[in-house]
Design a protein around this ligand. Structure first.
Ligand SMILES: Nc1ncnc2c1ncn2[C@@H]1O[C@H](COP(=O)(O)OP(=O)(O)OP(=O)(O)O)[C@@H](O)[C@H]1O
Length: 123
């Protein structure tokens, strides 16, 4: 099916995957958080999480990766539009980085609340 621009719908997915691969290749932080997510999923299977625990972990992990992707898009936009030093560029990049930090802290808190009691039972 074609959209308003006459492009086939699936082309958008190809661009989205290209975006994911591009960010994966260029951003160390995105690779680090992706590996952390994989580790969390492996440990989740080992500890037999409940459906509700998987839902919470999925949201927490998803939020970190999504915020990394948006942060990268914002960084690249600023580098493209304002490569030289500017206080507003600094503010925008710092705010975007702050979003990643908040999502990472929330993910760690969710992880600790779910995993710590289970690990305590095993020990
Ligand atoms: N054009 C700019 N003007 C002012 N300050 C900037 C500018 N570019 C970057 N900065 C400052 O430097 C910090 C780091 O920016 P940078 O673009 O290197 O991002 P980063 O966090 O190192 O991400 P990455 O590792 O993906 O490059 C920003 O958070 C901001 O405080």
């Amino acid at each position: 099916m074609k959209d308003k621009k006459g492009k086939k719908g699936h082309i958008g997915f190809l661009h989205a995957f290209a975006g994911l691969i591009g960010v994966w290749k260029s951003e160390w932080n995105f690779r680090f958080h992706s590996f952390a997510a994989l580790l969390v999923i492996i440990v989740g299977f080992m500890l037999s999480l409940t459906i509700m625990e998987w839902v919470l972990i999925s949201f927490a992990v998803g939020m970190v990766l999504i915020s990394e992707l948006i942060n990268t898009a914002i960084e690249k936009t600023i580098d493209y539009l304002k490569p030289e030093y500017h206080p507003s560029a600094r503010f925008i990049k710092d705010a975007a980085a702050g979003a990643v930090l908040v999502s990472a802290i929330v993910a760690v808190v969710v992880g600790l609340l779910i995993f710590l009691p289970k690990i305590n039972i095993l020990l």
